[in-house]
Write a protein that binds this ligand. Structure first.
Ligand SMILES: CC(C)(COP(=O)(O)OP(=O)(O)OC[C@H]1O[C@@H](n2cnc3c(N)ncnc32)[C@H](O)[C@@H]1OP(=O)(O)O)[C@@H](O)C(=O)NCCC(=O)NCCS
Length: 355
């Protein structure tokens, strides 16, 4: 028989507060058109995007996260010292180690909270939320901060007409804590690594490494930099994100509606019971198609934050949630279906009670 005492957590978990940070610089489609052959009309009609935010030098991954988290903590009425874990979902923090979550936990004034980063692309918020719920119910943390944050402008090739208009920057955060009733449903999540090639960095870091890595024992890098890809001005290109737009679009439209339905079923919720739908903000046509396939009734409020935010990957769902609550389009206690999907390919869907 085991000698280990069972851990004691809360019966259930819920989102207690949400906060967002959008960089001050608003970038209209006109700016994107300086480097690609396209039109404002094409971008609006094919993606739904009118403007997006791009971070300035001071609006780092950590700085944006601290801003969004401060708002989420205030919204929840929880002091940072009570946060037991900080989970940061991002693909645009460029140091492998240490995790940016540790710096964020420190800057927020947590009391040595556990802190780590996860890489789950545009499903990252759902992955983080699932971990947070587990920690709270299992008892390893009373309150958990889940942050989705991206500076995708750093990973965007502005000369690639297939992606230049899509991405934006920002941070969204939620405080997750104990609840006496279910307020985060079962997560339906997964990965399809056979489709990994459909969204990825153009040039993997492996190709850069020989050029960047000094000879053993120090010294200057040995590689021939002329082998690296360059832009039209001859500058070495950073490994930007590329995607097979149509393939991802079809996958999202056909497969993600099924996953969303499974999350509703797992939570025991019918579309009629729903108040709000917050899908990943990748393309307004994907959102509209899911609404149709799921047969969501008229009364369900649908997040279309993509118009002014673009695709902010892990930040997209908490940012959209924050905006719906701030504008009064959704209210505290509403039942919302959230679904994220993207690079991996990965996905995560669940039903939550809004904070
Ligand atoms: C990227 C995306 C908006 C492109 O829209 P699309 O309708 O699939 O566009 P296509 O790639 O099929 O291209 C259609 C036509 O527009 C053209 N086109 C492509 N990019 C263009 C641009 N920026 N401006 C003008 N025309 C463009 C193509 O050349 C093509 O022309 P053709 O018909 O003469 O060959 C869309 O595929 C998408 O949103 N994909 C999924 C994104 C997603 O879900 N990501 C999730 C994870 S992050």
């Amino acid at each position: 028989m085991s000698k280990i005492k069972p851990s004691k957590g809360a019966p259930y978990a819920r989102i207690l507060g949400v906060g967002g940070y959008r960089p001050t610089r608003v970038v209209p489609n006109e700016v994107i058109l300086e480097k690609i052959d396209s039109s404002d009309e094409w971008i609006r009609s094919r993606s739904g995007i009118e403007t997006r935010h791009w971070a300035g030098p001071e609006e780092t991954v950590a700085a944006m996260s601290v801003e969004a988290s401060g708002k989420a903590l205030a919204d929840a009425g929880i002091d940072a010292s009570r946060i037991g874990a900080v989970v940061v979902s991002t693909v645009s923090h460029f140091s492998q180690t240490p995790a940016i979550a540790t710096e964020i936990a420190d800057r927020l004034g947590t009391d040595k909270a556990a802190a780590f980063d996860i890489s789950a692309g545009c499903a990252g918020f759902g992955y983080g939320l699932t971990l947070a719920k587990g920690m709270i119910v299992e008892g390893s943390a009373e309150y958990v901060l889940v942050i989705g944050v991206e500076r995708l402008s750093d990973l965007t090739d502005l000369e690639d007409r297939a992606t230049a208009f899509l991405f934006g920057d920002g941070a969204g955060a939620v405080v997750v804590g104990p609840s006496q009733e279910p307020a985060i449903g079962p997560t339906v999540w997964g990965s399809e690594g056979d489709k990994a090639e459909t969204i990825k960095q153009t040039v993997s870091w492996d190709r850069f490494l020989p050029h960047l890595r000094p000879r053993s024992g120090g010294g200057t890098p040995t590689g021939d930099v002329s082998e690296l890809p360059v832009d039209s001005e001859g500058n070495v290109k950073f490994p930007a994100i590329t995607q097979e737009g149509q393939a991802v679009f079809r996958w999202a439209v056909f497969e993600m509606a099924k996953v969303a339905q499974q999350a509703l079923d797992a939570a025991g919720i019918s579309p009629d019971d729903l108040d709000v739908f917050i899908p990943h903000q990748a393309n307004v046509r994907i959102i509209d198609s899911m609404v149709k396939t799921l047969k969501l009734p008229e009364h369900v409020t649908v997040a279309r934050d993509i118009r002014t935010t673009g695709n902010t990957s892990a930040a997209s769902i908490p940012l959209a949630m924050e905006r719906l609550l701030a504008t009064g389009d959704a209210k505290s206690g509403d039942t919302a279906l959230v679904i994220g999907f993207g690079a991996g390919l990965v996905y995560a869907a669940t039903v939550v009670t809004l904070p």
